[in-house]
Design a protein around this ligand. Structure first.
Ligand SMILES: [Zn+2]
Length: 336
C-alpha cells in the first residue's frame, strides 16, 4: 500500500511518545532485484518501509522504470505500508519532477547548494526548503529538510566537510520552513568509511533536537553499519575494501531511544549485493546467467534488510501506520 512517509514516520513518533521507540529504515533502491529484496524483508518481518531514490538512481534506471517497479511492489504487497521518497533533492525542479512522477515523499537538501557539494547559508536553506514545502504540501507530499552537513561523499552528494547541527538553529529552521522531517548531522557520514576509530555520534544533539522539536521526525543519514562479515566475504572473493567502518547497531539503537525516527541505509545493501555476487560467481565459475547471480544478490540484500528491520525495532509495526496517502495528507495540510 503506497502511503506518505509522514504516515509511516508518525507510527515511529507515537511509539517514541509511548516509551517504546522504534525507527523506520529508509533503503535506497536502483533496480528490480533490490526492490524485491526490500519487500521480501518487509513481508517476513511485517515492517513498514520507506524506499528512497537518489538522483543517481533515477538517472541510472531512467526514473520511469524505477517508479513503476515501486508501484508494482505496492500492488503486490497491499498489506505493507510503503513510501516512495526522493533522497537528497538538490533543487526545486528535481523535487517537482519527483512529485509529478508520483513520489509520496521528498527530501530537499538545502544544506548544500544546487551542485550538491558547496555548503549553503542558513538563509538559502530556509528559502529553498520553504518553496519546496509549499509545493509538496499542496500535493500531500511529505518533506524532509537537512540542517548541518555530513562528512563523506556518496552518489556525488556531500561537501566532504562535517558541520554538526545546532539544535536551536534546527528549531528556528523548522518553524520557518514547515518541514515534516529533518535530517540532522550527528557525526555520521556517507559511504563505507565513516570512522577512523570507534564510532562516536552526538547523542546530545539528538536529545536536544527531540526536546525542541517534539513533533518533527528526526532523520539520521550516513547510518549504514558496514558489517565486517560482508567486507570479509568481498575481500575473500577478490574485492579490495580497506578500512571500511560504519555505525554498529547498538549505536543506532541508542540513537533511536534518543529520538531518531528514520535511518537511511544504502551502503549496507551495496555491500550485501556485492558480497553475494562475488561469492556466487567464485563458487560457480561456469554460470553466466544474470538471473543466477541476480537471485544470489537479491537473497543477500533481503537478509541484510531483515537484520536492520529487527535491529531498528520496525518489525511487527505494519498495522500501526495510519492510512495517510496523498489525498488524506492534502486535506490535512489544508486544515480540512
Ligand atoms: Zn544522505
Amino acid at each position: 500500500m503506497l502511503v506518505t512517509s509522514k504516515a509511516i514516520l508518525e507510527a515511529s513518533m507515537q511509539a517514541y511518545k509511548a516509551g517504546k521507540p522504534f525507527a523506520i529504515g529508509a533503503y535506497n533502491v536502483n533496480n528490480m532485484e533490490q526492490m524485491q529484496a526490500i519487500m521480501k524483508a518487509a513481508r517476513e518481518t511485517q515492517s513498514p518501509v520507506i524506499v528512497q531514490m537518489s538522483r543517481g538512481a533515477l538517472k541510472y534506471a531512467e526514473d520511469k522504470y524505477l517508479r513503476n517497479i515501486i508501484l508494482a511492489a505496492a500492488e503486490l504487497n497491499p498489506e505493507i505500508p510503503l513510501a516512495m521518497h526522493l533522497d537528497h533533492g538538490n533543487s526545486f525542479e528535481t523535487v517537482k519532477k519527483a512529485i509529478d512522477l508520483g513520489f509520496t515523499s521528498v527530501m530537499i537538501d538545502g544544506s548544500l547548494m544546487e551542485d550538491s557539494k558547496t555548503p549553503s547559508t542558513f538563509e538559502y536553506n530556509v528559502k529553498i526548503t520553504s518553496e519546496v514545502v509549499k509545493y509538496a504540501h499542496d500535493h500531500g507530499v511529505t518533506v524532509e529538510g537537512e540542517l548541518g552537513t555530513l562528512g563523506g561523499i556518496e552518489d556525488g552528494v556531500g561537501s566532504g566537510k562535517e558541520h554538526l547541527t545546532n539544535p536551536e538553529e534546527a528549531a528556528e529552521f523548522v518553524a520557518k520552513t514547515g518541514v515534516d522531517a529533518l535530517a540532522i548531522s550527528i557525526g555520521t557520514s556517507h559511504g563505507a568509511h565513516k570512522f577512523k576509530g570507534e564510532a562516536k555520534i552526538a547523542y546530545n544533539i539528538i536529545e536536544e533536537c527531540r526536546k525542541l522539536l517534539p513533533n518533527t521526525y528526526l532523520v539520521a543519514h550516513g547510518s549504514s553499519s558496514v558489517p565486517k562479515e560482508l567486507i570479509d566475504i568481498i575481500n575473500q572473493y577478490g574485492g579490495q575494501l580497506e578500512h571500511a567502518a560504519g555505525v554498529p547497531f547498538d549505536v543506532l539503537q541508542k540513537a533511536i531511544t534518543c529520538g531518531i525516527n528514520k535511518i537511511n541505509v544504502d551502503t549496507d545493501l551495496r555491500l550485501a549485493a556485492t558480497a553475494a555476487t562475488r561469492k556466487f560467481l567464485a563458487e560457480n565459475p561456469t554460470k553466466f546467467d544474470q538471473r543466477d547471480y541476480g537471485a544470489a544478490a537479491r537473497e543477500g540484500i533481503a537478509n541484510e534488510i531483515i537484520a536492520h528491520m529487527k535491529a531498528f525495532g520496525t518489525a511487527g509495526h505494519t498495522t500501526d501506520v495510519p492510512n495517510w496517502g496523498l489525498d488524506e495528507m492534502k486535506a490535512k495540510y489544508q486544515g480540512k
